[in-house]
Write a protein that binds this ligand. Structure first.
Ligand code: ADE
Length: 314
């Protein structure tokens, strides 16, 4: 269709996506709020030295059957060459609320919203983890482990449902192929399971999915800590283990706490005394079990919270 407006400048006119403002900074580059025609989109800008991460993340988004309500919606990629500078863009849906971590810093959660977030976050993780056989000649969706699951990598949509983002470290399990050549100790130290901190993981698909579930238990703790259903005032947002290891723990700090002393985030009595919250406390404890084999799967977390959400809290 003809564009009735003249281009503002010969250079800008060709650009169909305009970066508006930086929304978040991550391991690689920055996430921008951007405009595509009249639509808001998010653009993750990778500097030229992080091309490999850009390739890796788009590979995950492009897997068959990845599209899901609780997985960040992928739009496309672009390579930009201008003024002798190369940038790699990854374009996705934009969610104004941003990450669950940022939301919890500034807001508390009702019981209803807490259940909605937990259910949808678990659904997203379940979809990611699941292998879905292709039917009628369609390709199979392989099981995928996230490997950097944390509240910063869960986004909230405007209806308070969650979607999972940042697949820069994700690992794909093709049936019958081994994943033995990968590096085990990746992700964010604070969220690393005991076996990751110890450098003692089995390189099987199941082992990687259980590592995600440990991190999911910590995110459940973050969510409950900001829920208005607990007795008494809601405490300020704290990262998991912030009380125990502070803001910038070393690998040794985390090993000492999580592996040697088997410390986990404190669950106050005021949560256990509430019948609705106490069920979620059990769920988080079963996610962060020292014994990886004993941890709940994402589908178990989802089913539990579906039942628990019927509680009418006091
Ligand atoms: N932060 C990281 N990714 C984002 C997105 N797609 N929308 C909003 N905030 C984000």
């Amino acid at each position: 269709e003809p564009n009735p407006l003249p281009s503002p400048s010969p250079l800008l006119g060709k650009r169909s996506i305009q970066l508006v403002e930086v929304k978040a900074r991550g391991r690689f580059g920055a996430v921008w709020k951007a405009k595509f025609k009249s639509e808001e989109v998010a653009v993750k800008v990778f500097p030229v030295q992080d091309k490999q991460s850009w390739l890796q993340e788009q590979e995950i988004f492009k897997l068959p059957n990845m599209e899901h309500a609780n997985i960040l919606h992928f739009i496309g990629v672009e390579k930009h060459n201008d003024n002798l500078k190369t940038e790699f863009w990854l374009i996705t849906a934009y969610h104004e609320i941003g990450s669950l971590c940022d939301f919890l810093k500034a807001n508390t959660l009702s019981w209803t919203d807490l259940c909605k977030v937990v259910e949808t976050m678990a659904r997203g993780l379940m979809h990611l983890h699941e292998e879905i056989p292709g039917r009628l000649g369609m390709p199979t969706k392989p099981a995928v482990a996230h490997r950097d699951f944390k509240s910063k990598n869960v986004l909230l949509k405007s209806n308070m449902t969650a979607c999972i983002a940042d697949f820069g470290l994700a690992l794909v399990f093709e049936s019958g192929k081994s994943c033995g050549d990968t590096h085990g100790q990746v992700g964010t130290r604070r969220y690393m399971g005991p076996e990751v901190l110890e450098g003692a993981i089995n390189f099987t698909p199941d082992a990687f999915l259980r590592i995600d579930m440990y991190a999911c238990g910590l995110v459940l703790w973050e969510l409950v800590s900001r829920c208005t259903e607990q007795d008494g005032p809601v405490p300020e947002y704290r990262l998991p283990f912030e009380e125990e290891v502070g803001q910038h723990p070393t690998l040794e700090d985390m090993q000492e706490a999580v592996v040697q002393r088997k410390v986990r985030p404190t669950i106050p009595e005021s949560w256990r005394n509430n019948p609705a919250l106490s069920a979620l406390c059990e769920t988080m404890e079963e996610c962060w079990d020292h014994d990886a084999e004993a941890r709940l799967s994402a589908s178990c977390v989802m089913e539990r919270v579906l039942h628990q959400s019927r509680y009418r809290p006091s």
